[in-house]
Design a protein around this ligand. Sequence first.
Ligand code: 13P
Length: 291
Amino acid sequence: MPLVSATKMINDAHAGHYAICAFNINNLEWTKSILEACEKAKAPVILEVSEGANKYMCGFKTVANMVKNIVEFLGVTIPVALHLDHGTYEGAKAAIEAGYTSVMFDGSHYPFEENLEKSKEIIALAHSKGISVECEVGGIGGSEDGVTSAGEKADPEECRTIANLGVDFLAAGIGNIHGIYPADWQGLDLQRLAEIQEATNGKPLVLHGGTGIPYEMVRSAIERGVSKVNINTDLQLAFAKGEREYFEAGKDQDLKGKGFDPRKLLKPGCEAIKAKVEELLKAFGSYGKAA
Ligand code: 13P
């Protein structure tokens, strides 16, 4: 199945009161593990790539071709969208050019008028090619790919203005943070989320920083219009734990069994990713939705 825009799967999720998981990918193993787990679960999925991960994987074209070819090779039947995460203005254009089927333009650090202008331009360009667009209002706290933000809750009126541009789904800061949440975290501002959902007339909303929020709280956010949950750190933690256990058990030193073979070496991390993906698909409701 060719890669698809994320619009339909997100709209279906919004109408059905569940959320699509958007998993960040880092390499071939990440991509393959997530796709295998989602295919098994019959769950539509978004594979997303930050600009840093894109550079690490040798550019937009390499990533787009890799993902397309893996989907084809594995005979994946579920809808899969390839999405640029926190794209710059130039990055969004390059991703569109290279074959991504969805892009986020993150203009949240610009003055609002500039965010608006640039968002409008990216939306027109992407939509002319059938590509879905996510924009951002307010800031997501924490650190991702070396970009750190204190986080700023989104203004519902600004959200309304961006939603009216025809953006497909909107990321709005509601106290969420990339990476691991501090012990004294105050939780999501569900009241603000409900206000944003009302102001945007039911635009599907995106919850960044999906790692470490209690599942019940995420489900409350889904009831208030969140239809895409971004998850990055969770799969990194799962992979690291799987690998740590392998090394600590000395399995890489099993010379007879060739425990040092990279395909064996990376397997426990990949299996841990698959288990975590299955758990998250069930928790946020997309499990079985592409059956
Ligand atoms: P986490 O790393 O906290 O899961 O956040 C992922 C994210 O929001 C990607 O944009």
